[in-house]
Design a protein around this ligand. Sequence first.
Ligand code: DLL
Length: 433
Amino acid sequence: MIYDVQNETMPRDELEQLQLKRLQYLVEKVYYNVPFYRQKFSESGIKPEHIKTLDDVKYLPFTEKQDLRNNYPFGLFAVPKENVVRVHASSGTTGKATVVGYTQRDVNNWAKLMARSFVAAGVTRSDIIHNAYGYGLFTGGLGAHYGAEILGATIVPISGGGTKRQVMLMRDFGPTVLCCTPSYSLYLYETAIASGIDVRDLKLKIGIFGAEPWTDEMRNEIQNKLNLRALNIYGLSEIMGPGVAMECITAQEDMHIWEDHFLVEIIDPATGENLPLGEVGELVITTLTKEAQPLIRYRTRDITRINPIPCKCGRTHYRIERIKGRSDDMLIIRGVNVFPSQIESILLETEGLAPHYQLIVDREGAMDTLEVQVEVDEKLFSDEIKHLQRLEKKIQANIKEFLGVTVKISLVEPRTIERTAGKAKRVIDRRPK
Ligand code: DLL
């Protein structure tokens, strides 16, 4: 099923024409309405009339997270404040929060794109959606909420936390769709088991998981445990919130990025140069329809590639690959680049481990060190110490072989790594600042 057949299956030449028209309109709008962009354009000698083809987007300046912070809170609005009906903000673990504003039309478009995403995942109006994304300034909860309502599905706005109660309500209400972070889905699973509920008796069919990096191995783990199809959803508050890109259930591989609303590029994060279609690099997004706070060439820091191969679902929008990590999450351990997701893949392929881990980065002298703390499963935990030591050695050897870096492995007891209702904290950086 396709929610918006006309837009989702538009022939690519028509789609690109639409993108160009929207880009030209947008560039003119920000030039005349947002002093920040007017100044940036002037600095690089760009005038709206210079944008003649889609390719010309590369002459426009980038927007970075820091630009949002510098203009905190409302400095990038392109409409009068009275036209803004909602704001969200990202918590900002590093520095000031970044704020985003929406007009009524922005909120409506977002709901439609979320409805589109739900339908791509196989959700219909007869589904009951347990929405455990946090409600509030975080975009996850309300984003999924409005999308589900305009689709006509039944939404349970449970938000994050109160995990025991969540599993009780899941048993009683019989939701068929679960929305939360991938890590929280495993916490719900554990809590269900501890409460004597067999998740296989629940009615869950589909999981819409995102907001944090996760691997294919993690997907397998979740699908087996929760007995559902786990689909990947991508988004970021600066651009809109959840529903920027979504995997379809037909291919269950890579996420359609809704190109009638977002223009995407892949750049080399070090040089800022555009990379050829299909290469891995940093995703850059220009919002084509946002009214309140449009962004030009926003550097997401997310590392992925564009998959231009037509999808068997019939949608013509290109897909982006599962996010490999954020360029700012990449660890450099003794000169070797390591993404937490690469470690996750290796851990989850190892028998006897539970899918809960944390990476501790520290410094000894001039060297960065990495310790991988990972939980063992119950069965193994009661095993003899020498078995555990052997397992530690095995994981260490696998990481050395695949990533070329020596790390310390610490197997820890089941349920000792902190669980959260939102984004899991995978990396703890203890390096002196
Ligand atoms: O996490 C929006 C969202 C809510 C997406 C619910 C999906 C589901 P922010 O808090 O602004 O917004 O964080 C955005 O999270 O730049 C990525 O680094 C990461 N991220 C989001 N989705 C995925 C995903 C929401 N599917 C940042 N895979 C983004 C990997 C993801 N990383």
